[in-house]
Design a protein around this ligand. Structure first.
Ligand code: CP
Length: 306
């Protein structure tokens, strides 16, 4: 039963519950006209303490396409946050007006604090360098729809694996499906955090850590590129040194298999050359669209209207 639940961590839902969401997303994709009024009279609040294009707009588009309405802020200084109001008090107040909340916050754990204090369901729309569970729903639906499966995949994750919260959430979530293997491609300064490696070891998940994309791209079913997260660096010099560690271009794509797909949570900076966009294996804008459909399904399930 998903009605009334929060989504803070990608592991909050069982595989069966995830399947329910994907099934509903598929129904919405096939027959969107059947869902245009199911959230009539419901209100989504989007509380974004950090910038966003895809997550905020796809949440808002999702709610509007379901017949509901949206309130919120994308600039916390336009709210009483600028006067020092806490996350707990903000959520208690917003919970008096809205039916469901999507919150992005630069501090790890802030959406969890919100959920503890909230009278309405809270969805973590990204907390610092920690987790981004609705991006993971997006990634899983994209992979399932395009590759036809969520198991038996060799998944390369490339770029900023230290600060990239989408990577942390995806590894946790897709490790639960059978026989997936990871190739973690990062410079040594941006390797996956130790707590994720410990989880992989504990669960006997096969992985290897490498530095060169060219050495492994030919073996992958999925290449998940990520941006170097400038906003999480303490030191500008380190960012400048590391920001162009990987640039996926036509030459590297020519080594990859014909059915490898390229995903990226976006935004991209330099890590995928624009020339790759026309390659049929480049699926990152399709992925952004799946993000709206999966958020439609998630909202409907948490509100209990489906
Ligand atoms: N993928 C993602 O979270 O993008 P935004 O930062 O634009 O929301």
């Amino acid at each position: 039963m998903l009605k009334g639940r929060n989504l803070i961590d990608p592991m909050d839902f069982t595989l069966e519950e995830l399947e329910e969401i994907f099934k509903l997303a598929d129904q919405i994709i096939s027959n969107p006209e059947d869902f245009t009024h199911i959230c009539q009279g419901k209100l989504l609040a989007t509380l974004f303490y950090e910038p966003s294009t895809r997550t905020r707009f796809s949440f808002e588009a999702a709610m509007i396409r379901l017949g509901g309405q949206v309130i919120g802020f994308s600039e916390p200084n336009s709210s009483s946050v600028s006067k020092g109001e806490s996350v707990a008090d903000t959520i208690r107040t917003v919970g008096c007006y809205a039916d469901i909340v999507a919150m992005r916050h630069p501090k790890e754990g802030a959406p969890k604090v919100a959920a503890i204090n909230s009278p309405i369901p809270v969805i973590n729309a990204g907390d610092g360098g920690h987790q981004h569970p609705t991006q993971t729903l997006t990634d899983l639906l994209t992979i399932k729809s395009i590759k036809g499966r969520l198991s038996n995949l060799k998944i390369g994750l490339c770029g900023d694996l230290k600060f990239g919260r989408t990577v942390h959430s995806l590894i946790k979530a897709i490790s639960r499906y059978q026989n997936n293997k990871f190739v973690l491609i990062a410079p040594k300064e941006l390797k996956v955090p130790e707590y994720i490696i410990k989880e992989l070891n504990k669960n006997n998940i096969e992985y290897k850590e490498v530095e060169k994309l060219e050495d492994v791209i030919g073996d992958l079913d999925i290449l998940y590129m990520t941006r170097v997260q400038k906003e999480r660096f303490f030191n500008e010099e380190d960012y400048i040194r590391l920001k162009d560690s990987y640039i996926l271009d036509e030459a590297k794509m020519s080594i990859a298999s014909e059915d490898m797909i390229v995903l990226h949570p976006l935004p991209r900076v330099n890590e995928i050359a624009y020339e790759v966009d026309d390659d049929p294996r480049a699926c990152y804008f399709k992925q952004a669209k799946y993000g709206m459909y999966v958020r439609m399904a998630l909202i409907a399930k948490l509100l209990g209207v489906r």
